[in-house]
Design a protein around this ligand. Structure first.
Ligand code: 5GP
Ligand code: ZN
Length: 112
């Protein structure tokens, strides 16, 4: 089985595992995190499988920039355009799903 075939977020993008969609276009999918760490906690993923944000920055920087634009759009709607964007990169940094994803935390005043 390839890395992508066994990937939780590839399965969510493909609709094989249900999720609460927040945004979708040709390249990008956003959905609510199952274990929210803020009032609004959304995950933004590229539809194409890539292991982490660093690999994404190398292989498709325009996709990464687009994910920031999508995060901004969510925050514009939910919380006067202000948000925290987190990319856990590597197991020891807390990455548990090895398909690049941006955590968008917004909807309330966040702790520093
Ligand atoms: P990481 O720890 O890799 O940066 O983030 C993975 C995130 O995926 C976690 O915040 C976790 O709550 C979320 N997550 C894990 N499994 C699922 C799932 O099946 N559905 C959704 N919507 N989120 C998930
Ligand atoms: Zn994947």
């Amino acid at each position: 089985m390839s890395e992508a075939e066994d990937c939780l977020f590839c399965k969510i993008v493909a609709g094989q595992i249900p999720s609460t969609k927040v945004y979708e276009d040709d390249t990008t999918y956003a959905f609510k995190d199952i274990n929210p760490q803020a009032k609004i906690h959304v995950l933004i993923v590229p539809k194409k499988h890539v292991a982490n944000v660093s690999e994404l920055a190398k292989s498709d920087p325009a996709q990464l920039a687009h994910m920031v634009e999508v995060a901004q759009g969510i925050a514009d709607k939910e919380f006067h355009g202000e948000y925290r964007l987190v990319f856990n990169t590597g197991r020891d940094a807390g990455q548990t799903v090895f398909h690049a994803h941006a955590h968008v935390l917004t909807g309330e005043v966040l702790d520093e």
